[in-house]
Design a protein around this ligand. Structure first.
Ligand code: UDP
Ligand code: MG
Length: 315
């Protein structure tokens, strides 16, 4: 078990309804691979019976199963980071617990890794998401790609494969809030993408609301690029040049035509417009300051209460 070929990392948060079905399909397809593997489940502080189900599964297959129990809910990405920190495989695949991506498609990702790619992204074949997610995610994708230069056809799919070198690099990063596929992509030398199957959530419900999707996209843009800040200073420069011209024009009229009245509402409109831009700019600054704040506090990213794993044989 010391260096398996493959590590599968699965974050679990309140997934008691799907876990048994996941085990049945996942272990079956991994056993069929004929490669050495390990599966790391991270229980992200579930409030249902997930932890008990995971521990029962650990006792069933202790030689290939490891379970990390968090003592709180730290979020999907930190759970995956904990999995990375403990992964021993030459290649690491992340998978959601909800069976939206078929575990059988792990072979597709592995085939790309074997071709020498160090990062394998995934594209969902047929999206079964609601229409507003569809529209929103397309729009955000385009914007994100332009700002961060991270090419990801489908950012909503976490089933991806990473080589050992990328995992080691990610393990050196101390970012508090990150988006793992984007982080990995920025370290990849030879990235690729494959199309994989996509199904409705097997059971339970999505842990993400519209709000957290918006948050995720802010994190992506501010976490991987300072272009929003730079755009803002460009905009600020253009606006101040414009208002400088306006002042010059009004001054000239004052000198040539003498004192005038009227035009108050135009001035109001201009003032409100500038006010809006200023507020937006403060908001963007706030996004970055919030990130800096999280980083400088330097608190642990997650707290582990227990790890279930077979003791490693002494070499
Ligand atoms: N998850 C987690 N912690 C959280 C929220 C989600 O570990 O705080 C896990 C969840 O159990 C699942 C994966 O992250 O395995 C993706 O969650 P979900 O399916 O709800 O997201 P969606 O597919 O709707 O984007
Ligand atoms: Mg899901």
């Amino acid at each position: 078990m010391s260096t398996p070929k493959l590590t599968v990392v699965i974050p679990v948060y309140n997934e008691e309804a799907t876990l048994e079905a996941l085990f049945a399909r996942l272990y079956k397809s991994l056993d069929a691979l004929g490669q050495t593997y390990e599966i790391i489940f991270i229980n992200d502080g579930s409030r249902d019976k997930s932890a008990a189900i995971l521990s029962a599964q650990y006792h069933l297959r202790p030689e290939v199963t490891r379970v990390i129990l968090f003592n709180g809910n730290f979020g999907q990405h930190r759970a995956i980071l904990a999995g990375f920190a403990h992964a021993r495989g030459e290649c690491v695949i992340t998978l959601d617990a909800d069976l939206q991506n078929p575990p059988e498609d792990i072979t597709l990702l592995l085939a790309e890794i074997d071709k020498g790619h160090d990062y394998v992204g995934s594209i969902r074949r047929k999206r079964n998401d609601s229409w507003w997610r569809h529209v929103a995610s397309r729009a955000m994708n385009g914007l994100r790609e332009r700002i961060t230069h991270i090419h990801m056809t489908d950012q909503g799919c976490m089933m991806r494969a990473y080589s050992r070198r990328i995992i080691d690099t990610i393990n050196q990063c101390n970012e508090m809030n990150t988006f793992i596929p984007a982080l990995a992509y920025s370290f990849a030398q030879n990235p690729t993408e494959v199309v994989i199957g996509h199904e409705e959530r097997f059971a339970g419900e999505s842990k993400y609301s519209l709000y957290s999707l918006i948050r995720l996209n802010f994190d992506l843009m501010t976490g991987f690029s300072i272009v929003p800040l730079q755009l803002f200073s460009m905009l600020g420069m253009l606006v101040s040049m414009g208002s400088g011209l306006l002042v010059a024009y009004l001054m000239a009229r004052r000198l040539i035509l003498g004192p005038e009245e009227g035009g108050v509402f135009t001035l109001f409109a201009i003032a409100f417009f500038l006010l809006g831009i200023a507020l937006f700019g403060i908001g963007i600054l706030g996004e970055y300051i919030g990130r800096i704040y999280h980083e400088v506090r330097d608190r642990p990213r997650y707290l582990i209460s227990a790890i279930l794993q077979k003791e490693e044989e002494q070499a």
